[in-house]
Structure formats: C-alpha cells, structure tokens
Design a protein. Sequence first.
Length: 302
Amino acid sequence: MLDFRLKVFYTVARRLSFTKAAEELFISQPAVTKHIHELEQQLGMAMFERIGNRIKITRAGQILLKHADDIFTSYRNLEYEINQLKHAQGGLLPLGASTTIAQYFIPPVLAQFNLRYTDVTASLMSGNTEQIEQALFDKTIQLGLIEGRSKNPVLKYVEFAKDEIALIGNVNYTYGDNMPLTAATLKTIPLLMREQGSGTLEVITDELKRLKLKLTDLQIAMYMGSTESIKSYLHHAPCAAFLSLQAVKRELEAGEFKILPVKNFRLVRKFHFIHLQGQQDKLAQLFMRFARQNAGTITQNA
C-alpha cells in the first residue's frame, strides 16, 4: 500500500547513508539513488545535500521526514486495526531496552507475548539508557524500556515495574567489620560501577548524594559496560558493586555473593516504558498493556 519511494527516502533519512539504506532494504545502491531522484523530481525540491562522501538532509527533507513519520505510524495502526477485524494481531514491533532490563527482566515477558501474539514480529535491541533514548529519536525502535530517572520533555514515561539495588560482594572476602557499612567505610571498598550513560549509574549516584557521597569520594576500581561483566569480575576480586537483586538472584541463592548492608541506603528504582510524545503505535500500546499485566512474571523469572 505504501509508496516504496517514501520508504526508501525514510530509510536514507534515518541512516544518512545510501549504502546502509540499500543494505536495509535489500536493493542496490543505484536503485536507492533512482528512487530518491524520482521523489525529488515529483516534489520539485532536493531532499538531501551531498557533502563529499556524506549526505545531509535539507529543510524540505526534514519536512517530508516529519510527515513520513506520521504516515508510517498511521499505516501500522491501520494494519493493526484491520487485523483486529480479522481477529488477528500482527506487524513489526521494534523494541529497545536498557541493559539490565534486556538481560534479566523483559525476556520472560517477551516469550509470553510471542506465544500469545504469534503474528507479531518483535525485535529487541539493547544499550544503555542514553542509547535507547537516541534510538527512539532515530525511529529505529517504537518503544523503549529504561531504568533511568532523567526525564526528556520530548518523551513520555510510563512506569511498569520496580527493582531494588543493593551493594553486593563476594562471600570469600570481608568488607568492613560485618556490620552495616557507614559512608566512611564505603569509601575504603574498591567498587565496580556501570559506565557513564547507564541508568543504573544514574540512580546510584543520586542515592549516594543522600549519604553526602560523590563518585569522586569512592574507590572506583573500574567502570564496566554490563552487569554480567561486573558479576564475573566479582567472582575473582575483593570488590563490591551496586547491582539489581534480580540480576544476582542465582548467585545469592548459590551462596557465591552476599548483600552488604549500607547504613541509611535503600534504593528501589522504577522501570519505565518510554516513547515519543504524540501519536503512539498501537502494537507498542498492546505490548505495554501486556507487560504491565504480567509485570510479576519479570521478577519471578529474572
């Protein structure tokens, strides 16, 4: 039903690359160039400006991109509603989740969702909170799931689950005097932290302020890009790390890790769906309802 030239333009505009657009659309680069040229002739204005080996979207291209966003959202919603009349639900649902959610929380819900809605093709990309937000802006995903506290006015945030973060250590090592750690003692323990841009690091930094602690006050042994890397490191060193209790559930039960109580520290964070303000994709709305109804499954199976 869609004008394929508009789809070609939309892909080039998102990728800012004729080559990458050709790869994504499974057509040749000359075919991409031909479709863009025909579209520019039809509209009477250039959509892209060529600068050496790079391209830049023009003002006319930005206007077309805005309307193309609306057109594609309307088309997906049209497909969704027609499928409902046929007592079916189908279509593409690209999701993005920050690392902790992607690894430990959402896979069980996605598995149930895929069993329930077999005609929906869902995909999941993983990254830190900043990367998921950028993917929404780039329109490479329709819905994000993040654990950060920052709020961007361009995005809408909908809470769907809670998670507790605690200080975790290796059972083979002693931290302090086996009493709840004070802020002063915490300064003496080598710590592993998630990378800058991580929603987990953001909420930990905010909570530490209540103890009058800054990251620069602490002994940061290393910043690491994933919870799994931190867990692996903890198995081999007398460090500690602030981690989701769900992410270390198996290690705690197996007696490999232990919770290190910190005086006046309790961190329960909220997980949020995020999507662009305005018209919302109906498949994304369907998944949001399903995930919120089955939020208990996340913590039970993480």
